[in-house]
Design a protein around this ligand. Structure first.
Ligand code: TA6
Length: 304
């Protein structure tokens, strides 16, 4: 399918004139740079940056923000924003070819607004990724992200193979969860799953509830289903339910790596944990011409 996107200027007034829905969808220039769409529903608020097609905020009513965003984040710096839900596509991690960016190339481009919807059960925004003829993928692909704010938050990344050749990708919704204190967090749901430890290169099996006491970077062979992050410090449990996913990635850089990253404030690692909905490691997605695939993360919060 050739995605013939109407070419709207990505300025706030043009976007608002075409897509704003009073009380549900608004657009603003962000103090962090770039343009942000604000979704409101039943006292809940989500924010989506056009830069990177990246959810950068979700605050359910009467809850502290559920997504972590670096104090050093810039939404127009030309580099990936540290926090929220970065979109890793069409590859996860380092590129096979040297010189290409880690986690693919769409998280550093400005996406366009394709559609907005406000209904009695939620508000939805769909963005389209700006793919280019010289991108290292077949021409004719379409990549879109639909963010649905209800009493939970659902993020769906859809790849349509409109080309004439098979397409193989890896991908992730690289979710940064906000936690009160990483040392008081338990991750439930990965017990028994095999994982690739990216720090040692070893493959092992998770034998117990997961607690984080140092740098962790693991790709679990853990498909559709869910993971619960129990955060004692904030008295809440965040549930991440996946679909279209064969992998769950758990990452915290801990002290030394968070300093090397350069875009995390001191101690920032204590207040975040990545639980990523992915097809990564040995898990790839292959689409025949005309096929489509959707990777979905659904986030919800409950009191502990
Ligand atoms: O998701 C885990 C991971 O692949 C880590 O290895 C680390 O590189 C992290 O992603 C962040 O990557 P980034 O390119 O956003 O710094």
């Amino acid at each position: 399918m050739d995605a013939i996107e109407p070419r709207f200027s990505n300025d706030v007034s043009a976007l608002a004139a075409r897509f704003a829905l009073p009380g549900a969808v608004a657009f603003r220039s962000s103090p962090l740079g770039g343009i942000v769409a604000e979704l409101d529903f039943a006292g809940h608020r989500a924010e989506v940056a056009l830069f990177g097609g990246q959810v950068i905020g979700w605050a359910p009513a009467r809850q502290k923000p559920v997504l972590w965003l670096s104090e050093a984040a810039r939404l127009d710096a030309g580099k990936a924003v540290r926090g929220g839900i970065p979109v890793c596509w069409p590859w996860f991690g380092p590129a096979a070819e040297p010189g290409r960016p880690s986690h693919g190339f769409v998280r550093t481009r400005v996406w366009s607004v394709r559609n907005v919807q406000a209904a009695k059960d939620g508000v939805a925004l769909t963005l389209a990724a700006p793919l280019r003829p010289d991108d290292p993928v077949p021409s004719g692909l379409d990549l879109s992200l639909t963010v649905t704010l209800a009493h939970d938050l659902t993020v769906a990344l859809t790849t349509v193979n409109g080309s004439s050749v098979p397409l193989t990708i890896t991908e992730a919704l690289h979710t940064y969860l906000a936690v009160g204190d990483i040392a008081a967090v338990t991750v439930r749901g990965l017990e028994g799953a095999q994982f690739l430890d990216q720090l040692s290169g070893q493959t092992r099996t998770e034998t117990a509830l997961l607690r984080i006491g140092g740098e962790i970077d693991r790709i679990y062979a853990h498909g559709d289903g869910g993971v619960t992050v129990e955060d004692v410090a904030l008295g809440r449990a965040i549930r991440v339910d996946h679909s279209g996913s064969g992998s769950t990635v758990v990452w915290n850089p801990w002290i030394e790596k968070s300093v090397r990253l350069g875009d995390m404030a001191e101690g920032g690692y204590r207040r975040m944990l990545c639980v990523e909905t992915a097809n990564a490691g040995g898990c790839v997605v292959t689409l025949a011409p005309g096929d489509s695939h959707t990777l979905t993360a659904k986030l919800s919060v409950a009191a502990l």
